[in-house]
Design a protein around this ligand. Structure first.
Ligand code: PLP
Length: 259
C-alpha cells in the first residue's frame, strides 16, 4: 500500500516553497501527498505580495477529510500564520493522533516576509512543540522560540536540549545561519543523544529548502526509516536537489529540482 503523508502548511503561488514544495517532495519519495492549506500566499521569487488565511472551520474540514479516508503515516506542519490556526491544528492532531508530526516552525521567509503573526509564538511553543515527533528550526527560529542567542556550536547543543525540555521528542537544528568559514552543520538531538550532519555550503540563494527538508523527513518516516536516519537522508535529498536547482523567475533565487 502506498504510504500517505499530509502537509498542513501555506501555499506558495510561485511553486518553490510551502505546500507545492511539500507535494513535490512527497512524490519524489514515492509517498502519496495530501494537503490541508492553512494559508494562501501570493508570491514570486522576489517576495510575498499578499497573504490570506482561510477560516479555521474550512481548514479543519480539509484535515478531517484527509484523516477520514487515508492511512496517514506522518504529518508535516509548515506556515500556520495565526494563533487560531495553530489551536485548530493542535486540536485536530490531538483527535486524530498521527504516528509522526514533523513541525517546521515557519516564521519569516528568506525574503523578509512575515509568515507567522509574532503574537502566535506562544501558541506554537506551548501547543505544537509537545505534539511534535521532530521540530526543524533554523537558528533565527530557534532563537525566537527560546528567547536566547545561538551563535556557536556549543549554543546549538544547549538550544537542542532546551527544545527537548519544551516538549519536542527530537530536534533537527539547522546550522546554515552560523558562518564559521566551514561546512553547514545541522544538529540532530533526541533523548538518546546528538548527531551532526555536515553538508558543503553552496554559494547560491535558494527558496523552499526548509519546507523540502521537513517534508522529506515526513516522507522518510512514512516509509519506515528511524528518525535520525530520516533526517540524514532528508538532508542529503535537499543538498542533491539544490545541486540540480534552477532559476524559474526573474531574480537570482534558485528553487529545488525534485526528482
Ligand atoms: N512561502 C511559504 C508558504 C512557506 O511555507 C515558506 C517557508 O516555509 C516560504 C514561503 C519561505 O521559504 P524560503 O524562506 O525558503 O524562501
Amino acid at each position: 500500500m502506498t504510504p500517505c503523508a499530509l502537509t498542513i502548511a501555506g501555499s506558495d503561488s510561485g511553486g518553490g516553497a510551502g505546500i507545492q514544495a511539500d507535494l513535490k517532495t512527497f512524490a519524489a519519495h514515492g509517498v502519496h501527498g495530501l494537503s490541508a492549506i492553512a494559508a494562501l500566499t501570493a508570491q514570486h521569487t522576489r517576495g510575498v505580495t499578499a497573504v490570506e488565511v482561510p477560516t479555521v472551520s474550512f481548514l479543519r474540514a480539509q484535515i478531517d477529510a484527509c484523516f477520514d479516508d487515508f492511512r496517514i503515516g506522518a504529518v508535516k506542519l509548515g506556515m500556520l500564520a495565526t494563533t487560531d490556526v495553530i489551536h485548530a491544528v493542535a486540536e485536530a492532531l490531538e483527535q486524530h493522533r498521527p504516528p509522526h508530526v514533523v513541525l517546521d516552525p515557519v516564521m519569516v521567509a528568506t525574503s523578509g516576509a512575515r509568515l507567522l503573526d509574532p503574537s502566535a509564538l506562544d501558541a506554537l511553543r506551548n501547543r505544537l512543540l509537545p505534539l511534535a515527533t521532530l521540530v526543524t528550526p533554523n537558528l533565527p527560529e530557534a532563537e525566537l522560540l527560546l528567547g536566547t542567542r545561538i551563535d556557536s556550536r556549543v549554543a546549538m547543543r544547549a538550544a537542542c536540549n532546551a527544545l527537548l525540555d519544551a516538549g519536542a521528542r527530537a530536534v533537527l537544528l539547522k546550522g546554515g545561519h552560523l558562518y564559521d568559514g566551514g561546512d553547514i552543520v545541522d544538529l540532530y538531538a533526541d533523548a538518546s543523544g546528538t548527531v551532526e550532519f555536515q553538508h558543503p555550503r553552496l554559494q547560491l540563494e535558494a527558496h523552499g529548502t526548509g519546507c523540502t527538508l521537513a517534508s522529506a523527513v515526513a516522507a522518510n518516516l512514512c516509509r519506515g526509516l528511524p528518525l535520525a536516519s530520516a533526517c540524514r537522508a532528508a538532508g542529503e535529498y535537499v543538498h542533491a536537489a539544490l545541486l540540480r536547482g534552477y532559476r524559474p523567475g526573474r531574480s537570482e533565487i534558485v528553487v529545488l529540482d525534485h526528482f
